[in-house]
Design a protein around this ligand. Structure first.
Ligand code: ZN
Length: 243
């Protein structure tokens, strides 16, 4: 049993658009974790000034800023009932893909908002819903962000893709099966931080930054399986909503 892999995790806390405050439980104080913000929550002022102050304070300590797209929602309407909460890669089969220029524009606009607000450029990028493509990766490389988050479907290790660190991560509350227990990345929504299960889980592991561990190699086959499983799960969700 690879014990060390179980005990060290890169935690990302996702602040969702309806979240106004940023109250972290005591057990997380002084620890390193990523704070993922959708820039639109600042543009439309859903995130309170108090929350911005708290986040800024944490960024001056051990926490790292992660950018979630720009507004978190697809530019297409999705009037057919499929999920619209993505921005870099559209899941609706009949829509044209989001071009390199469009993605670059979205990401740069968001990065500027975060830099202006917190005084820090984001270290990482999270494509909303973990949906991204090669164009996203190109922008991540040149912007640059140091890492990008991905959904961990099969227990991938953190790895390098060109000059970018890819952090596959699991949802603490949903993905607690054997295949994902060795994931070095884990995430939770801000409003679930006080759940007993999340408390017990986070109390039992050591939190680290993405720069505390070395990337490993995943076979091309494993990367393909992970990507296909991720896309199938999104398509299945859309199908379930339509039927
Ligand atoms: Zn879309």
């Amino acid at each position: 049993m690879k014990k060390t892999r179980k005990e060290q995790k890169i935690l990302t806390i996702y602040v969702n658009l309806p979240d106004r405050e940023f109250d972290i439980p005591h057990f997380l104080e002084g620890k390193p974790f990523n704070i993922a913000i959708c820039p639109y929550s600042i543009v439309n002022q859903t995130l309170s000034d108090r929350a911005i102050e708290k986040i800024t304070d944490l960024l001056h300590k051990k926490c790292l800023l992660v950018q979630r797209g720009y507004r978190g929602r697809c530019k297409y309407d999705h009037i057919d009932g499929t999920d619209p909460w993505h921005e870099n890669l559209c899941t609706e089969w009949s829509n044209p893909s989001i071009s390199l220029n469009e993605q670059s524009d979205i990401m740069l606009r968001g990065k500027s908002v975060l830099l202006r607000t917190f005084g820090f450029a984001p270290y990482g990028y999270q494509a909303p819903n973990h949906l991204w493509d090669t164009n996203t990766l190109k922008v991540v490389e040149v912007m640059p962000y140091k890492f990008i988050m991905d959904k961990n479907m099969i227990g991938l290790s953190m790895y390098n893709k060109h000059s970018v660190l890819v952090i596959p991560e699991v949802n603490i509350l949903k993905d607690n099966d054997d295949k994902t227990m060795f994931s070095s990345g884990a995430y939770v929504a801000m409003d679930r931080l006080r759940d007993d299960y999340v408390h017990d889980y986070l109390s039992s592991i050591e939190l680290i930054t993405p720069f505390d561990i070395s990337p490993e190699r995943n076979s091309l086959e494993k990367l393909t399986i992970n990507e296909q499983k991720k896309r199938i799960s999104k398509m299945q969700r859309d199908l379930d909503n339509l039927l």
